[in-house]
Write a protein that binds this ligand. Structure first.
Ligand SMILES: C[S@@+](CC[C@H](N)C(=O)[O-])C[C@H]1O[C@@H](n2cnc3c(N)ncnc32)[C@H](O)[C@@H]1O
Length: 263
């Protein structure tokens, strides 16, 4: 497996900071973030991450869901368990895991993370308010879930962010997807990746990672986690196995007008 490394430091603009309502004091806001972005297999690359070095693992692995585009890449139970053990090794004692998952995956991720010693805190959902896909003789899917686990009761929690709830409401994902893929010149059909809402990922990063801390996303897709870290001055280590998607994420990270693509 080829492994490429893309690394840069950045400082986000004042306009962006206003838009994303970064809440930490100004001196901390002005720190630079360091994004380490590697092309390759997460199962191999995660071995190079230091023990007890990560504040938050925020990731959206391929779903084990026959209705999902990423089905062919889905992770079996043993693979999930292997990752859960690595998550335990690399996370600080104050660290958390946010994992997006399809319906069948939720039970497996819940089991492997519990089995590895993580503490389950909450299941949360993203609700898409204007879904139009009409399945035959079935309910229209309008939400996605993610699970929140912590390594210990000493987990970091930013009390400056007020009352985060289990529900995040936004617009349907493909509209946004098409717009930014068009903007950066990649045909939509080429890519089977669904970016998560950037505003939500920013909130999660701010809530669960101290300023200057480090987030790991081993399945980073279009780079939403890395972008959220760049905008909030957290460091990020992320991996992506697909060269086309890796290139998209790199370009997305270099875009200067991402404000218009937040939702
Ligand atoms: C559901 S997508 C993540 C989308 C992401 N949340 C975003 O906002 O764009 C999962 C990604 O994991 C990548 N992937 C699958 N298996 C992988 C592996 N073994 N190592 C690294 N990346 C992998 C896929 O190519 C895909 O881009």
């Amino acid at each position: 497996m080829q492994t490429n490394l893309f690394s840069f430091s950045s400082e986000s603009s004042n306009k962006t900071k206003e838009n994303v309502k970064v809440t930490e004091e100004k001196t901390k806001e002005q720190r630079e973030s360091n994004i380490v972005f590697k092309l390759g297999d997460a199962f191999e690359l995660i071995k190079s991450v230091e023990d007890n070095s990560i504040d938050l693992i925020l990731t959206d692995p391929p779903y084990n869901d026959v209705t999902h585009l990423a089905y062919k890449n889905s992770l079996c139970y043993d693979k999930k368990l292997q990752l859960a053990r690595e998550f335990k090794r690399v996370l600080k004692i104050t660290g958390s895991v946010i994992i997006f998952c399809g319906f069948e995956d939720q039970f497996e991720w819940y089991n492997v993370l519990k089995q590895t010693g993580f503490i389950f805190k909450r299941q949360c959902v993203i609700v898409y308010e204007n879904m139009s896909r009409k399945p035959n003789r079935n309910f229209i899917p309008q939400h996605e879930s993610y699970l929140f686990f912590v390594k210990s009761d000493r987990y970091y929690w930013n009390n400056n962010l007020q009352n985060p709830t289990t529900v995040y409401k936004t617009i349907k994902v493909m509209t946004f997807n098409k717009r930014w893929l068009e903007y950066i010149g990649i045909p939509l059909e080429k890519i089977g990746v669904t970016p998560k809402p950037l505003k939500l990922i920013i909130q999660l990063v701010q809530l669960l990672t101290p300023c200057g801390g480090t987030v790991l996303d081993p399945f980073c897709g279009s780079g939403t986690t890395a972008l959220a870290c760049k905008l909030t001055n957290r460091n990020c280590i992320c991996f992506e196995i697909n060269k086309d998607i890796y290139e998209i994420a790199k370009r997305r990270l270099q875009m200067s007008n991402i404000e218009q693509f937040m939702y």
